[in-house]
Design a protein around this ligand. Sequence first.
Ligand code: FMN
Length: 399
Amino acid sequence: MRIVLGVTGGIAAYKAAELARQLVRNGHEITVVMTKGAEEFIRPLTFASLTGRKVITDLFSSASPDATLSSAVEHIGVAREHDLLLVAPATADVLAKFAHGLADDFLSTLYLAFDGPVVLAPAMNDRMWSHAAVRENVAVLRGRGHALVEPGDGYLACGTVGPGRLAESEKIVAAVEDALRKRRTDLVGQTILITAGPTREPVDPVRYISNRSSGKMGYALAEAALARGARVLLVSGPVNLQPPARAEVEQVQTAAEMRDAVFAHLFEATVVIKCAAVADFRPATPSAQKIKKTSADRTLELVPVPDILAELGDGPRNFILVGFAAETENLLDYARRKLEGKNCDMIVANRVGGDGSAFESESNEVLLVLRNGETIPVDRAPKRVVADHIFDQIVKLGK
Ligand SMILES: Cc1cc2nc3c(=O)[nH]c(=O)nc-3n(C[C@H](O)[C@H](O)[C@H](O)COP(=O)(O)O)c2cc1C
């Protein structure tokens, strides 16, 4: 496989040489990209000798006026031609750049142009590692599905003892091999229709009934499906999220609009995932004008909205149907009933309300309930990671 090894400016940069050697020995073709900081610790010649390839140190070096277009935008070419991006050691600085999308050198620019698996092996002083800013950046990167090879405990170059030492080379190589094995192309050829977020049912022109769904789980599913090679049709209720760039998005407000959008695209879908928290009821007669405040009590008459999942499950179909159950109690019981009642292939059950609620949260803990009676618990993890577990089961259902 073709691997980019990013080396950044930490004391442990010299250990990247041994790492490069091990990866070459495992049969990989290694392109080393060094930051300016890394060059303060180790010379490019070391990596060029070990990998037998040119070492990239500068974003602009190949962009001379007479360079061909492909060599002038080398970061895009390198991103396209490689199967995995490994950064070891990863400084606090590079973690922050990746987390926030800065692109002021070759490595950080390459990261934004790369859509394959990313493995990060941080190394830094123990206080730096435990700083809230670093913790937050690490959480963001984990949330994107990147593999983090945790630094080990031990004697640090700065003279202290604690967590922050670059993980052993064997551990980093194992994480790379694992990520390569899992490199997903198992959804190539699939068209996945995902609904996400809440719906809004108008009471009058300024008020509506909605719920606490943030859309994060549905958007994480869209990202995971795209990363595994699927085409994604995302029908989204109103959320404050940026949809993944390659998703084909239809924005809707009400349950009725969501139903129309789903059925308009259904003929294209091989998998339908109903992740949206669709309203169960809507005001019977939304007012055309803003309802004025009065001191009298007011009753709002509600009527049921179309049950999209039940409609999808009704009758023969040629797509896999996955529903979500958001419950505050009796999770498994309700999930099983929903699986049967709506004729789904799988229900993803998650708890909402109270501590650990799935709503408005970055992470989730779910139970996958299957038709054969099997239930598969997925431990709490960033929603992007949970999304991959869900697709692992969907891939099995399709076999
Ligand atoms: C002697 C020395 C050792 C350093 N070691 C580390 C380190 O282990 N981890 C880290 O995150 N930063 C370390 N730094 C700070 C980085 O070199 C600095 O943040 C730099 O801007 C990183 O740039 P880069 O991420 O582009 O390589 C060290 C700095 C010095 C002077």
